[in-house]
Ligand binder design. Structure first.
Ligand code: MIG
Length: 767
């Protein structure tokens, strides 16, 4: 085998909006997608490239360049691409000529057989964040990774690859930021300076094109916005899916689930979602119900609904080979399954036994699959859990010659789960008459946020896994996935009561809050841990429900900007070295206001790094100066959580599920800070897509410490808020609060200033 290096430029020309550069070996094409986004695609054979699964925008219609004897320069005003002619090398600069990222001058882009690799210059101080669901540290410098969606039960905090592929990373050096998305679904590789003498980083794939999008915006948040502009953002989720979710492999019958539901209500532990794992089906046949244990699904789901619960059911891709089973008969007759090159249908063994696998890369197969959910939506299922879609089967090693439509498995495997989630989302959305389906998938590729939430697969019940889970969630948020969760309590193994309590308290601040466990392990429901622990778990879940107005508004922000709900500190404090320290790298912001420090279940005090600024401990109101490490008490009743000074946090009364209206009072918590701040409060019906027609209630709440004034902007949108009154809760206001103005009018809050610390006064404001 030879290494072929992309050689010298032979010709350059413009074809409409595309710059075309030819070398002896290959052809490079360049498009501008926005002033800060340039796409480069280098191929020996552009005809074999397929449509992107991830990208939803087209390039701009114009491209202009300048040519000199040895270079070609594209300048968008925000980003400069300078292409050296011999050898052909791609170098990106900021508009003011600072080098952002460049090909390694020696090796640049090359091929070994079908493998395509890009070697890049590594800066001495360069850090890397991203790649989504990847183990390891926040700063991925010195690590290498493989993307090959895999079913990995019993994975450890070091395992790689896991279930998902997001070939997008952000580079940080010299105070600069850039992003790079390698849009290639083959098995791919990323090496962030792991294997060389700190001269270069590299990435590549087994085959396909060197097809990447370069992001030149300055600021991690801006790069995430640009990446999610390119690959899409999430819709508003159904509000109920942000409540507490209780799952188990498996609740074995309708009676058992109803009993679980009744226990939640009896114990007054808030919850919204219950799950059917694989055992609700008849012999694991997808879109069927077990006739004995789930004899009357509609009646069962109606009973759940009457108690304020929604039901989520699992579906796997494997279709049981059995004549007379509808999905098998139809799929076979219409050639909807993955095949061998000789036309035979591929067979693998999984839960139902011998199975065929739908070819989700075909639009007609996706539609057929989507329509089949009628068997679940008709009795009233509202959530659809897509499992095993790496795809997985026993043995886990799909032969390379399996074909999905035109593509071999090796070309598109990493997008299979995403295409299943797409079919599921689009199909169930059609069936649900304007209601929002909740879709949850295990396997994913860049862009999956458009269709589905994700969870991080089969974790294990020990502390290091809990911390890993937080890093996975934080990292998924860098790659467009905002709606993310882990199995709270740990899927495999048995948590100690302490770990269960601690993990649940972290679940409050996880975008999706789902407790789940493996068959054969001890049950994980909140009341299985003794009365004292149940009380702590209950209190934490109650706080999740108090926070829902804040969380829902954060989801709205994500829907608009792509910014995640759980944010590694690398988004807001990119240049602060301390946040990459392995001791503090798991810390994150939950929404704009809350900083959470995960703590192992065996520690009751923890060092917490508070970035610059001022921070209040949420539970006590104690004020801390940031820019330093503090030692925080961390009893199991109080996970260290801090509020950024100046924050505005809306809370509601405790409700048992999201169908309940609550007491109609929205409690606005303002935590005094030196800088003016505002919060965009957002509300809609939580179930339909009417918000896309303007049926929402949106209002900016601002606090100005100089004027000592709180302002509520005029309401935008036509939705009537479920809240009728506002209650203001002022924290850290000392003395001067008597002169407080709300919307320009002086208000009398209380007689003495002390009440403003964690005390409240009802102000009647029509909301
Ligand atoms: O082969 O459906 O990750 O959440 O409970 C195991 C049973 C299949 C793997 C999922 C897990 C689920 C389990 N599934």
């Amino acid at each position: 085998m030879q290494t072929e290096i992309l050689g010298d430029l032979q010709s350059v020309s413009k074809h409409n909006n595309c710059l075309v550069i030819k070398t002896d070996e290959a052809e490079a094409r360049v498009w501008i997608y926005s002033p800060a986004i340039i796409r480069v695609s280098i191929s020996k054979d552009h005809t074999s490239s397929h449509k992107s699964f991830a990208v939803i925008h087209n390039p701009l219609s114009e491209i202009n360049y300048e040519e000199s004897a040895d270079r070609i320069t594209l300048n968008t005003g925000a980003l400069k691409l300078c292409i050296d002619k011999s050898p052909l090398r791609f170098n990106f600069y900021t508009a003011d000529d600072q080098l952002l990222s460049a090909d390694d001058t020696r090796f640049g882009i090359n091929w070994q057989g079908t493998r395509v690799i890009n070697y890049r210059k590594l800066f001495a101080d360069e850090k890397f964040i991203g790649l989504g669901e990847k183990t390891g540290n926040l700063d991925r410098r010195g690590s290498s990774y493989v993307n090959w969606n895999s079913d990995v039960p019993n994975h450890t905090p070091e395992s790689d690859p896991l279930y998902k592929t997001f070939p997008f990373f952000i580079g940080l050096h010299s105070g600069l930021t850039y992003g790079l998305f390698f849009d290639n679904t083959h098995k791919s590789y990323f090496d962030f300076g792991a294997t060389t003498d700190d001269q270069m980083s590299w990435f590549g794939a087994d085959a396909g094109d060197m097809n990447y999008y370069f992001f030149g915006a300055q600021g991690v948040a801006q790069i995430i916005e640009d990446y999610t502009w390119l690959t899409g953002r999430m819709e508003m989720p159904p509000l109920w899916s942000l409540g507490y979710q209780q799952c188990r492999w498996s609740y074995m019958s309708a009676a058992e689930i109803l009993d679980i539901a009744e226990t939640f209500r009896r114990e007054k532990i808030p919850a919204d979602a219950l799950y059917c794992d694989i055992d609700y089906m008849d012999e694991f046949k997808i879109f069927t119900w077990n006739k004995e244990t789930f004899a009357n699904p509609k009646d069962f789901i109606d009973k759940l609904k009457a108690m304020g619960f929604r039901l989520v059911t699992i579906v796997d891709p494997g279709i049981k080979i059995e004549e007379g089973y509808k999905q098998y008969d139809e799929g076979l007759a219409r050639n909807y399954f993955a095949t061998y090159p000789n036309g035979e249908n591929y067979v693998a063994n999984v839960w139902p036994g011998r199975c065929h696998f739908p070819d989700f890369f075909r639009e007609d197969v996706q539609q057929w699959w989507g329509a089949a959910f009628k068997a679940l939506t008709e009795p009233g299922v509202e959530g659809f859990w897509n499992d095993m879609n790496e795809p997985a089967a026993w043995g886990q090693n799909m032969p390379w010659l399996v074909k999905f439509g035109e593509h071999y498995m090796t070309e598109v495997r990493n997008a299979y789960g995403m295409q299943m989630a797409k079919g599921t989302y689009e199909g169930t959305r059609k069936l649900m008459n304007g209601k929002r389906p909740f879709v949850l998938t295990r396997a994913a590729y860049s862009g999956t946020q458009r269709y589905s939430a994700v969870w991080t697969g089969d974790n294990t019940a020990y502390d290091a896994h809990m911390l890993l889970g937080q890093r996975l969630v934080n990292s998924l948020g860098l790659t467009g996935m905002s709606f993310t969760g882990v199995d709270i309590g740990g899927f495999s193994g048995n948590p100690t009561p302490e770990l269960m309590v601690r993990w649940n308290s972290l679940g409050v601040y996880t975008p999706m809050f789902r407790n789940h466990s493996q068959e054969g392990t001890i049950y994980r429901e909140p009341w299985r841990w003794g009365k004292e622990n149940e009380a702590i778990i209950k209190k934490d879940i109650e706080y999740r429900y108090r926070l829902l107005p804040y969380i829902y508004s954060s989801y709205y922000q994500s829907h608009l900007s792509g910014l995640p709900i759980s944010r590694t500190l690398a988004i807001d404090y990119t240049q602060d070295e301390n946040i990459y320290n392995l001791k503090y790298q798991n810390q994150f912001l939950f929404g704009d206001a809350l900083l959470v420090a995960p703590v192992e279940s065996t520690k009751f005090s923890e060092d917490v790094y508070l970035p610059k600024g001022e921070w209040y401990r949420l539970s006590t109101g104690e004020l801390f100066k940031g820019g330093k490490v503090i030692q925080a008490d961390a009893p199991l009743t109080d996970l260290p959580t801090f509020v950024k000074a100046g924050s505005i946090i809306p809370l509601q009364s405790i409700i048992q599920n999201t169908n309940e209206p609550g007491d109609g009072v929205l409690e606005i918590n303002i935590w005094h800070g030196k800088q003016a701040n505002s919060f965009v409060y957002y509300e809609d019906d939580g179930v339909s897509y009417d918000y896309q027609k303007g049926e929402y209630y949106k209002r900016t709440i601002s606090f100005d410490p100089v004027e000592n004034s709180i302002t509520l902007s005029a309401v935008e949108g036509t939705f009537i808020s479920k809240f009728k009154q506002l209650k203001l809760l002022l924290h850290g206001f000392t003395g001067n609060s008597k002169s407080l103005k709300v919307n320009g009018k002086a208000v009398v809050l209380a007689d003495s200033a002390t009440v403003f610390n964690n005390d409240s006064k009802l102000i009647k404001i029509e909301f």
